[in-house]
Ligand binder design. Structure first.
Ligand code: NAP
Length: 291
């Protein structure tokens, strides 16, 4: 068997074009959607991510403002910037690019973002709503994965989903979205014994470990859907996922590549969340992410 490759780049382009249409509709109603991106320091990878996010916003007709702070900015100064953005009515979404410098408490900063502007979906209020099965702003990467599954006509209903990785950013919200969609969910972490025993039972296998090629074809159930969230840079500078693509593709029915899989969807869902946050200021939740 050779798996069908899920083209995240093409799907992200579709989502971005839908976002452009939604942004146009909001502008026609007198509302210009806007995202504020805050970055502290000059981490080169973060600079690239931020540039890509800003470009995607511009292409979709979402105004983006870029708040670039020096690496030695104090936690207090950063919190003041966030407070100003919380109060600024024309700003609908606030994104603080991670990682932050070590002297800043990331948790405190993310909790300072007004929950209704928290387009990354990391604030405890949004995490709590998701945990209760009533999501508002959902973390972009898992939201993108749900959209990918829908795009290939795979419903999680009554499927066994196994997620390798339990972070607050990817693994946990992924599990909650799949659970809400009717899947039976297993979450694995670094303490899990006999990982392959679990992964081989997965109809839907999501890898979010942060270890290059950690899952191979022998760990995949024949006919499974394999979603590789991992982004790791190899010694040759190339990006590789958490899944050994070549061996897994001979066993799976569908698989995402790295690059060109989940990564582009994360940015597309950020635009979607920003539009949801903007629409909510008009009392409109019709376009909100509810998958
Ligand atoms: P993270 O915070 O480091 O979490 C990694 C998770 O993997 C933890 O829950 C950890 O378990 C678990 N883990 C580590 N070793 C394991 C093992 N041997 N067996 C089973 N589980 C193990 O990472 P993250 O932020 O979730 O990111 C995961 C990956 O996704 C990274 O490669 C990251 O770059 C990528 N990522 C991609 C996107 C995208 O847009 N595509 C977005 C975000 C992240 P414990 O809880 O026990 O420590």
């Amino acid at each position: 068997m050779s798996a069908q490759i899920i083209d995240g780049k093409a799907l992200a382009a579709t989502v971005q074009s839908e976002c452009a249409t939604r942004a146009q509709t909001l502008r026609a109603r007198g509302l210009t959607p806007s995202l504020a991106v805050v970055i502290v320091g000059e981490d080169p990878a973060s600079q690239v991510y931020v540039r890509n996010k800003i470009r995607a916003c511009e292409a979709a007709g979402i105004i983006s403002t870029h708040h670039c702070l020096a690496a030695d900015t104090s936690e207090g100064e950063l919190l003041r910037v966030i407070e100003d953005l919380n109060r600024a009515a024309p700003v609908h979404g606030i994104l603080v690019q991670l990682p932050l410098p070590k002297h800043i408490n990331s948790h405190k900063v993310l909790e300072a973002i007004a929950p209704e502007k928290d387009v990354d979906g990391f604030h405890r209020e949004n995490a709590g709503l998701l945990a209760q099965g009533n999501p508002r702003l959902v973390p972009c990467t898992p939201a993108g994965v749900m959209r990918m599954l829908a795009s290939i006509g795979v419903s999680p209903w009554a499927q066994h989903a196994v997620i390798v990785g339990a972070s607050n950013i990817v693994g946990k919200p992924m599990a909650l979205l799949l659970l809400r969609a009717g899947a039976t969910v297993t979450i694995c972490n670094s303490k899990t014994r006999d990982l392959a025993h679990h992964t081989r039972q997965a109809d839907i296998l999501v890898a979010a470990v942060g270890k290059p090629k950690y899952l191979n074809g022998e760990m995949v159930k024949p006919g499974a859907v394999v979603i590789d969230v991992g982004i790791n840079r190899g010694s040759d500078g190339k990006l590789v996922g958490d899944v050994d693509f070549e061996s897994a593709r001979t066993v799976a029915a569908h698989i995402t590549p790295v690059p060109g899989g989940v990564g582009p969807m994360t940015i597309a869902m950020l635009l979607s969340n920003t539009l949801d946050a903007a629409a909510a200021t008009l009392g409109d939740s019709s376009g909100a992410q509810r998958s």
